[in-house]
Design a binder for this molecule. Structure first.
Ligand SMILES: *Cc1c(COP(=O)(O)O)cnc(C)c1O
Length: 367
């Protein structure tokens, strides 16, 4: 079986270092909020070019805590995309605000910046662009709109650690950015984890309080917060992964280039272009095909794993029925939900495995 993400291979490649780090953490006696967490936060802040990184328990909490710190709550509207993982919008609902969806751009699958302004109302407080599949949203255009209407920008960078936008690191572009370290993300650990990045001192201090029961002094609480911290063990593992991430992202990009070179001419497929100013990290490599079901069946028969991201756009989720959206509201997102699928992508995907994936597609075309 060729797996979609080759996760086991990824962690096996650094298994000896991980085991040594685990031993070191056990012997240090610090398991929560220890020196590894601090070291990781400082190193990532430097890499992204931001003043502060605040690690938390997962990417969803990062989004919730960031919005709380920015003062987003009941009565506020937050604009985001319906074509993303549920947490992008769920976090908005969890702080008591209302997600307002805007259709996506066919070229990048990211929020269509040309359609944002028509959704802005006096209640709009923020925009959450999602850098989907590892590629930045159109941040210059988006930030111009945000400035014009005095809106906050929260990057959902959960799939895009290391991605660049016009030479700047994703995660350093908005007021705040949120990342996930969930195992399948391109920068990940052996469990749950996440972080918030910001260069705003005040927001950073609030996030630090919120992740730790709303206080900075033990047993004194200024706010109603959360218990949402990254474990010392995960920080130790992420410090090892951080040393590898540029190389791993580059390996993903090389694998993507190879797919593009071999598959671009196939008439029954469409591959969204990668623009020069937006360096993709290929959390996933997706293809568009009208006959997706038949292609996925063929892959399955050939023992090649594929996946659908995402089969149900957020405006059509049961949980958002009360918002009153209907089928047809966001035609591009709906079309992509029916035609996109991901093929194997990993820094550890072997060339001969890629060739098998490619041959499966070429063979399909011959029928
Ligand atoms: C994974 C993901 C999240 C949530 O991260 P968790 O760590 O799983 O909570 C949020 N947004 C996007 C776009 C994601 O891909």
């Amino acid at each position: 079986m060729i797996s979609l993400v080759a996760l086991k291979r990824q962690f096996e490649s650094i298994k000896a270092e991980i085991l040594a780090a685990v031993e070191q953490v056990i012997e240090s006696g610090h398991y929560i909020s220890g020196p590894k967490v601090t070291e990781l936060e400082e190193k990532i802040a430097k890499k992204l070019g931001v003043r502060h990184v605040i690690t938390v328990a997962n990417g969803t909490d990062a989004l919730i805590i960031a919005q709380r710190a920015l003062g987003i709550g009941p009565g506020d509207e937050v604009i985001t995309t319906p074509f993303t993982f549920f947490a992008s919008a769920e976090s908005v609902s969890n702080v008591g605000a209302t997600p307002v969806f805007v259709d996506i751009d066919r070229q990048s699958y990211n929020i269509d910046v040309r359609k944002i302004e028509e959704k802005i109302t006096p209640a709009t407080k923020a925009i959450i662009p999602v850098h989907l599949f590892g590629q930045s949203a159109e941040m210059d255009e988006l930030q111009a709109i945000a400035r014009k209407h005095n809106l906050l920008v929260i990057e959902d960078a959960c799939q895009a650690f290391g991605a660049m936008y016009k030479g700047r690191m994703v995660g350093s572009l908005g007021d705040v950015a949120c990342f996930s370290f969930f195992p399948t993300k391109n920068f990940s650990t052996l469990g749950d984890g996440g972080m918030i990045a910001t260069s705003n001192d005040e927001i950073a201090a609030l996030c630090r309080k919120l992740r730790h029961h709303g206080g900075s002094k033990k047993y004194y609480h200024d706010l109603i917060g959360y218990n949402s911290r990254l474990d010392e063990l995960h920080a130790a593992i992420l410090l090892i992964v951080l040393e590898k991430i540029d190389e791993w992202n580059e390996q993903r990009r090389q694998a993507a280039n190879y797919y593009r070179e071999k598959l671009t001419h196939l008439p029954f497929l469409r591959i969204a272009p990668e623009t020069q100013e937006r360096t993709h990290t290929y959390h996933l490599f997706c293809l568009e095909a009208a006959n997706r079901a038949a292609l996925m069946q063929r892959f399955n028969d050939c023992h090649i794993q594929t996946g659908v991201y995402y089969p149900c756009p957020l405006h059509l989720q049961n949980a958002y029925q009360h918002l009153g959206y209907k089928l047809g509201d966001f035609p591009v997102a709906e079309e992509m939900a029916n035609s996109l699928f991901a093929i194997p992508m990993s820094p550890f995907l072997r060339r001969e495995e890629q060739d098998q994936v490619i041959e499966t597609l070429l063979g399909f075309g011959g029928e």
